[in-house]
Design a binder for this molecule. Structure first.
Ligand SMILES: [Zn+2]
Length: 508
């Protein structure tokens, strides 16, 4: 059958239907993944992998039909500036984005990537056991070359890292990202070297001993989320090995917390995952109907989770409101005043592990990984030197050198799956600095509200400026609109410098 589209309205209608159907698959796949990490018995694994692969294939087929090819051709010719609404522009952009990524790779290359991924993953585990990066290297290099090749198939005219990065952050360029993250790393490193001496003698042992049972901390996390208005009618909680948030439907998101993270850190993880969930269930009804509900992936997502985790829950104002509740539930804290507790909770200590880094030093870890990725794709980094260059960068920015590869370049699983993701965490922080600046203009008593446990205005602000749009705008565009200006690193640096200098009495 030959498909033709005679007018833009018909084409848009069909694009929305196909995107809507695709989101149904996304939801089901997330539900299967969430169940797999939370409840599925180990014996279910084989069938789950098979059924998830089948569903992904069915989803991709939505975009590979003759009709979708004809639709993509038509939509390529549409002058987007002449469309009636931003929503329609978003639909065209999203359809073509997914279409390109579903159709441009030859099947043989997709199969090679899939096989290579399993070898890369197995070699990574073997290398971790031996604490030796060189065991991983051949498989990693092979996987990288296939990803490089795939990026060139999708868009030969773009920086290959940018092509991959755009899967998550659609309109972020390697150049802009490199500039922003370079400034961030230098700025944070400078602040860190001043703050560390001021807090190195602080005793933070109370963080390991304040609770008798992990269940009490879990109850506190749920209590915290409920106080945020994330109540049982829209939230579901589970505890798994590595926390993440699943999105099953436009009004159904699943929050998880980490099994391996029993204390206060998990409270912050709970707030982080709740931030993701609020974003993904916040699309307007018309965005849901258009099939582009949820929320941008990557940096935009991280800006939302990190705002709740760091800007709110790690603020002294938040603890003015929350600490009395915590003291009431944990008797050992009744003799510890709020400021002493907070100085222990936010203590800055350079460490090797990204996932357990404190708020201040955190940004440096993923920026180092982004820089390494950029060098890989620019052919400036020989894979045999990866471990040494990694360690050099840690020494330069954090003042510490990993003693082995397990502490160094073998710690993250990301590169066995994909590249172009690490920028999302520090870019999320940069966005948060700019968002906070805007929030303080539009909600001048924001911190007073936080100190009183009032979060309605901030929820409403994010709902109006970010959440309602789903995928309507790509990341940078969305953030420029929400913040009302250019995105710069200095706002986040101002925020973090002010907070940590004040908390630990550092003179500028
Ligand atoms: Zn996150």
């Amino acid at each position: 059958m030959l498909y033709t589209f005679s007018n833009t309205n018909d084409a848009l209608k069909r694009a929305k239907e196909i995107l809507y159907e695709s989101r149904i698959y996304d939801g089901l796949l997330d539900l299967m993944k969430w169940d797999m990490s939370a409840y599925m018995p180990p014996s279910g694994r084989e069938w789950r992998v098979e059924s998830s692969t089948y569903m992904s294939k069915k989803q991709a087929e939505l975009f590979t039909t003759d009709e979708s090819h004809a639709l993509a051709e038509y939509l390529h010719g549409v002058d987007r500036s002449k469309l009636d609404t931003d929503l329609d522009r978003g639909v065209v952009r999203r359809f073509l984005h997914i279409f390109d990524r579903s159709t441009k790779l030859p099947l043989s290359l997709q199969e090679e990537i899939s096989d290579s991924h399993f070898r890369c993953d197995a070699a990574w585990h073997a290398a971790r056991s031996a604490k030796d990066y060189q065991i991983w290297r051949p498989a990693l290099e092979e996987y990288f070359e296939l990803k490089y090749k795939a990026a060139q198939f999708i868009d030969p005219n773009k920086h290959p890292l940018e092509v991959i990065m755009n899967t998550y952050d659609e309109d972020l360029t390697v150049e802009e990202c490199g500039k922003l993250l370079g400034e961030l790393k230098r700025g944070v490193s400078e602040i860190m070297f001043k703050v560390v001496p001021a807090c190195q003698d602080i005793d933070d042992s109370i963080l390991d001993t304040f609770y008798e049972s992990v269940a009490d901390v879990d109850a506190l996390i749920q209590y915290q989320d409920h106080r945020f208005g994330y109540t049982a009618d829209k939230a579901s909680f589970a505890k798994i090995v590595h926390a993440w948030s699943g999105t099953v439907g436009p009004r159904d998101s699943r929050v998880t917390t980490s099994l391996g993270n029993p204390g206060l850190d998990n409270l912050f993880t709970g707030a982080h995952e709740m931030g993701h969930s609020l974003y993904t269930i916040g699309s307007s009804d018309e965005v849901v109907k258009a099939g582009i509900w949820g929320g941008m992936k990557g940096s935009a997502q991280e800006s939302q989770s990190r705002f709740y985790e760091n800007i709110i829950c790690r603020s002294p104002e938040y603890w003015e409101y929350f600490y009395p509740f915590v003291q009431e539930r944990f008797p050992k804290l009744r003799s510890v005043d709020k400021d002493t507790f907070l100085r222990a909770a936010l203590k800055v200590k350079p460490s090797f592990k990204r996932t357990s880094a404190d708020e201040l030093t955190y940004s440096i870890h993923p920026v180092i990984r982004f820089e390494l990725e950029r060098d890989m794709f620019d052919r400036k980094l020989d894979f045999k030197d990866l471990s040494r260059v990694w360690n050099d960068k840690y020494e330069e920015s954090l003042g510490i050198r990993p003693a082995n590869d397990l502490e160094g370049c073998l710690q993250d699983i990301h590169w066995t799956e994909d590249f172009g993701k690490f920028q999302s965490y520090p870019m999320g922080n940069i966005f948060d600095g700019a968002l906070l600046k805007r929030v303080l203009v539009e909600i001048p008593d924001f911190y007073t509200q936080v100190s009183q446990g009032r979060f309605e205005d901030i929820h409403t602000w994010f709902g109006k400026n970010i959440h309602q749009y789903g995928f309507t705008y790509p990341t940078m565009d969305l953030m420029r609109r929400a913040t009302g200006g250019e995105i710069e690193s200095k706002y986040f640096l101002d925020y973090i410098r002010n907070k940590y200098y004040t908390l630990y009495g550092v003179k500028d």
